[in-house]
Design a protein around this ligand. Structure first.
Ligand code: ZN
Ligand code: MN
Length: 497
């Protein structure tokens, strides 16, 4: 029997608002000493009343719009009851039957073995606002300590439809969610800090079947990698059960153990837990109104759109485009450089094929911007800022390489000078004599190398091609990297053969 996995995710995003969901306490819980960002409201003292955080509502609406959801006309909260030491009120204020966001889709690209990524679309069932619980710490001698700083932090819980077919799709979705919440400016989406938490629901079914079978819920996955591994492990475990003729019949919750790389059962769900949901009487529902249109106007260009645009407009490869949009500041910078450089490249060769120029210049640009430039910054102990080397100067620098006015060794030296001085490349090129070793000197070095290495010269003449690299290497050494390796190789070849 051929089986297929059915995977759905529930993602909690902690919103980066200044204050908590229903009180004015500082929301940077993990940066403050335990139990200092607390007040009578988030500790649930009798007589206190919750006041919804408008910033959290704005964030939730933004996320909903970005996920293509419809936004509820009114904001309504409900109480979800359960009893646990980290929940001071004995219930969580959440949303039950009227989530603020419903029925969306999210389209993104999953990396494949090919250079390009394949596009998939996942259904979004809902996204609702709620408050976080406090944080428990289990000591080694059996004691449990509770830090209430996190109690009442604003969360958006997003529930997807069970549309994922592989662990990689689920992991990539989470990475795209992190990129999205960062672009929206509503959270840093950091999994390691617990600002993004994910549970996965997994079941298997025979291919062709349409019904859903008993699922398990996986918790305690604290990184993108553990999400991918935990789901893969669970698929394997359930497949073995199906093949043994004993598919799961009782739903259960399992915890991912990152050390042992496996899931272990924490509890079974004989019946759905009774949360005794009812409308929150302390917060009357209120009309969201024009806030939705206001938030729609505030939406930035979404990462998925930017990813496509960078490829179309500037000719970046899918991989480079993805790397660029990871960092907003870098993406904006790359865009400035690319538009300047591309305009120049087109003007300098008006007859050439436009796509060809785009691909060629984007390749040169991303090679320098994404790999060599960070390397040079690193060597000089500097960090990337858009001001270190202005976009105009970077574009001008690329034109010098494009026109073969400097070889890559000199280009690297020039770039370092640009980082150190902030000066124009043309100006530096003249004053620093970086245009490469002059031909006379190179010719002398070649003569010397030929005289000094008779055995290798004879070997090369008798057909040992590999020795050419040795000879070129000797010349490069003498020139301290300033000679152009390609023309040196040509020159040696023409002299010896
Ligand atoms: Zn408080
Ligand atoms: Mn929740």
């Amino acid at each position: 029997m051929k089986l297929e996995p059915i995977i759905g995710l529930e993602i909690h995003i902690q919103l980066g608002t200044n204050s908590k969901m229903f009180c004015s306490c500082d929301n940077r819980s993990e940066l403050l000493p335990p139990n200092t960002a607390i007040c009578p409201t988030c500790l649930a003292q009798p007589g206190t009343l919750p006041v919804p955080n408008a910033g959290a509502l704005r964030s939730a609406i933004k996320l909903g719009l970005a996920l293509g959801c419809s936004i509820a006309p009114r904001l309504k909260f409900d109480r979800k009851h359960y009893f646990y030491p980290d929940l001071p009120k004995g219930y969580q204020i959440s949303q039950f039957d009227e989530p603020i966001c419903e029925n969306g889709t999210f389209t993104f690209h999953v990396p494949g073995t090919k250079v390009d990524r394949s596009e998939i679309t996942i259904g979004i069932e809902r996204a609702h606002l709620e408050e976080d619980s406090a944080k428990s710490f289990h000591g080694s001698s059996g004691e449990t300590l509770v830090d209430f700083n996190r109690a009442g932090s604003p969360l958006v819980e997003t529930v997807t439809r069970p549309d994922f077919k592989t662990p990689l799709e689920a992991k990539t979705f989470l990475q795209e969610m992190r990129l999205l919440v960062r672009a929206l400016g509503i959270s840093d989406g950091d999994m390691e800090k617990g600002h993004m938490r994910c549970d996965a629901n997994i079941s298997m079914r025979p291919v062709g079947d349409t019904k859903l079978y008993t699922k398990t819920e996986i918790k305690n996955m604290n990184s993108f990698r553990s999400v991918e591994r935990a789901i893969a492990y669970e698929i394997e475990r359930q497949t073995a059960l199906w093949e043994a003729g004993t598919p799961p019949v009782i739903g259960s919750t399992r915890n991912w153990n990152d050390v042992e790389q496996k899931t272990t059962e924490s509890r079974t769900k004989e019946a759905a837990q009774d949360y005794r949901f009812f409308p929150e009487p302390d917060i009357p529902p209120f009309i969201v109104g024009s806030l939705v249109e206001e938030m729609r106007r505030e939406l930035p260009e979404l990462p998925s759109a930017k990813y496509i645009r960078f490829q179309k407009e500037y000719g970046f490869s899918a991989i480079d485009a993805r790397q660029l949009i990871e960092n907003d500041e870098l993406a904006t910078y790359a865009e400035h450089v690319a538009s300047e450089f591309l305009n120049w490249a087109k003007d300098s060769d008006p007859d050439a094929n436009e796509d060809g120029i785009k691909t060629k210049s984007a390749k040169l640009l991303s090679g320098w911007l994404l790999s060599k430039y960070p390397g040079a910054l690193n060597e000089l102990g500097r960090l990337f800022t858009p001001e270190t080397v202005t976009a105009e100067n970077f574009a001008e620098f690329l034109t010098l390489i494009y026109q073969s006015k400097i070889n890559s060794t000199s280009a690297m030296m020039l770039l370092k000078k640009m980082i150190e001085t902030g000066d124009h490349p043309h100006h530096l090129l003249e004053s620093e004599n970086l245009s490469g070793a002059d031909e006379g000197a190179t010719s002398t070095w070649i003569d010397e190398v030929i005289t000094e290495n008779p055995a290798q010269v004879a070997g090369f003449k008798s057909g040992k091609e590999a020795l050419l690299q040795f000879l070129v290497g000797q010349v490069m050494k003498k020139s301290r990297g300033t000679a152009d390796a390609l023309s040196v190789a040509e020159e040696i070849r023409s002299r010896l053969l």
